[in-house]
Write a protein that binds this ligand. Structure first.
Ligand SMILES: *[C@@H]1O[C@H](CO)[C@@H](O)[C@H](O)[C@H]1NC(C)=O
Ligand SMILES: *[C@@H]1O[C@H](CO)[C@@H](O)[C@H](O)[C@H]1NC(C)=O
Ligand SMILES: *[C@@H]1O[C@H](CO)[C@@H](O)[C@H](O)[C@H]1NC(C)=O
Ligand SMILES: *[C@@H]1O[C@H](CO)[C@@H](O)[C@H](O)[C@H]1NC(C)=O
Length: 353
C-alpha cells in the first residue's frame, strides 16, 4: 500500500516525523449482492495525506467510472458516515446487474496544476445475483396432428450467475429435455437461457399442459411458464354419411342424409353437401358441441326426395376443418325396384288387388 504519488506536498507537514503516514483501507475483496438490494462498500483512511478528495471509481484505466465523489450528485449512492473525513464507506441502493465490477476507493492528490491518484484500495470485486425473468414458453408456428413431434422453447433471461436448470413437465410429469443453452444477456454480467423440448402430440393433448420450470440460486421456489397443448394441436375429424332409412329406399320417400363429423379440434369447421358433384344449398350449420374429452363434434342433415332420377345419386358431405384440405364422406341413394305390376307402393298394390 505504498503511496502512488510522491508525498512531498507541504501539507504533509515535513519535519513532524511522529505523524502517521496516510493509509487507505479497503477491506472487502469480493462481494455478492442480489439485484434490488443495497450494496455497502467499505473504505476508511487514517494518517495524514495530501489535500485532495477521496472518490469511488468502478474499473480502472480508460474504463473507469466515478461512482461517488464528494461533489456532484449520485442518486443511488449514500455515504454511510456523512461528512466523515476518515470513513468513506458508501451504500449503493437498488443494485442492478450492470453494477457488477471492481470498485476502487481512491485518494487523490490535488495540486495547483492537476489532480493525481495518491493511493488506491485493493479493489472490491462485486458480483450481482440477478433473478431470471418469468419463463415464456413458445410453440410451433402452426398446429400439428397427433403422432407428430413438435418443438417447444422456454426462454428466461437477465440472471446471474450463469448456472441455471430448466425442467419440463407435461401434466405434472417430468419429461426429458436437453441442457438449456445459456448465452450472454443484454447487460454485462447477466445471462439468458433457452431450452427446447420435443413433444409427440396425442389426441388427448387437447386438455394437456406443458410447463417449463426454471431453477436458479436466486429463487426460493422455481419459476414456471406454461403452454396449453391445445394451442399446438389439430385433430382432424372423422366424417361419415348415414342414410335414414338405409338404401334401397322406396320410391318418393323422404330420405335423410346425416353427416357425422366427429372428434375434431379446434372447432373451426365448414361443411358443404354435394349431389353428384353439384353443391346443394343447406341451411345454417348448428354449432359444434364439445365432448367430455375436449374434442368437437357436429351433425349436418339434408332431406331429399327419393325420385326415380335420383336412383344411384352420390351424396357427399365435404368437410373443411381448420383450413386444411377437405375430408369427405359419401352415401349412394338406391331406389328399390318397383314391385311387379309397375307399382312400388304396397298399399296401392293392396288397394288395386
Ligand atoms: C479514468 O478515465 C479517465 C478518462 O478515460 C482518465 O482520464 C483517467 O485517467 C482515468 N482514471 C483512472 C484512475 O484510471
Ligand atoms: C312419385 O312422385 C311423382 C311426382 O310427385 C309422381 O308422379 C309419382 O306418381 C309418384 N310415384 C309413386 C309410386 O308414388
Ligand atoms: C328426417 O329428419 C327430419 C328432421 O330432423 C325428421 O323430422 C324426420 O323424422 C327424419 N326422417 C327419417 C326417415 O329419419
Ligand atoms: C335403381 O337402380 C338399381 C341398380 O341400378 C336398379 O336395380 C333399380 O331397379 C333401380 N330402381 C328404380 C326405381 O329404377
Amino acid at each position: 500500500t505504498a503511496p502512488v504519488g510522491a508525498p512531498t506536498s507541504p501539507v504533509l507537514c515535513p519535519g513532524v516525523g511522529a505523524q502517521k503516514s496516510f493509509q487507505l483501507h479497503q477491506p472487502q475483496r469480493k462481494l455478492w449482492v442480489t439485484a434490488g438490494d443495497t450494496l455497502t462498500l467499505t473504505c476508511t483512511v487514517s494518517g495524514y495525506g495530501p489535500i485532495g478528495p477521496v472518490k469511488w471509481l468502478k474499473g480502472w484505466g480508460r474504463e473507469n467510472e466515478t461512482i461517488y465523489d464528494q461533489t456532484g450528485t449520485f442518486p443511488r449512492v449514500m455515504r454511510a458516515a456523512t461528512g466523515s473525513d476518515t470513513d468513506f464507506t458508501i451504500h449503493i441502493r437498488d443494485v442492478r446487474p450492470e453494477d457488477a465490477g471492481t470498485y476502487y476507493c481512491v485518494k487523490f492528490n490535488k495540486s495547483v496544476h492537476d489532480v493525481s491518484v495518491f493511493q488506491r484500495g485493493k479493489g472490491t470485486e462485486v458480483s450481482v445475483y440477478a433473478k431470471p425473468s418469468s419463463p415464456l414458453v413458445s410453440g410451433p408456428q402452426s398446429r400439428a396432428g397427433p403422432g407428430q413431434s413438435v418443438p417447444f422453447t422456454c426462454t428466461s433471461g437477465g440472471f446471474f450467475p450463469k448456472e441455471i436448470a430448466v425442467k419440463w413437465l407435461k401434466d405434472g410429469a417430468q419429461i426429458s429435455a436437453q441442457q438449456p443453452q445459456v448465452t450472454p444477456g443484454q447487460t454485462k454480467s447477466s445471462y439468458d437461457a433457452s431450452s427446447t423440448v420435443s413433444v409427440t402430440l396425442q389426441e388427448g393433448d387437447v386438455r394437456s399442459q406443458l410447463q417449463c420450470e426454471v431453477h436458479h440460486r436466486t429463487l426460493p421456489a422455481p419459476l414456471r411458464g406454461s403452454f396449453q397443448l391445445s394451442r399446438a394441436l389439430r385433430v382432424p375429424p372423422s366424417v361419415q354419411v348415414v342414410s335414414e332409412p338405409p338404401s334401397p329406399v322406396e320410391l318418393n320417400r323422404t330420405v335423410n342424409f346425416t353427416c357425422h363429423v366427429k372428434g375434431f379440434y379446434p372447432r373451426d369447421v365448414a361443411i358443404a353437401w354435394l349431389e353428384n358433384g353439384t353443391e346443394l344449398s343447406v341451411g345454417s350449420l348448428p354449432p359444434p358441441s364439445e365432448t367430455p374429452r375436449g374434442l368437437f363434434e357436429l351433425r349436418s342433415l339434408v332431406e331429399v326426395q327419393a325420385t326415380e332420377e335420383r336412383n344411384g345419386s352420390v351424396f357427399t358431405c365435404r368437410v373443411v376443418h381448420d383450413a386444411q384440405s377437405p375430408i369427405s364422406g359419401t352415401s349412394i341413394l338406391r331406389i328399390a325396384a318397383p314391385a311387379k305390376g309397375g307399382l312400388s307402393d304396397r298399399s296401392q298394390t293392396d288397394n288395386g288387388a
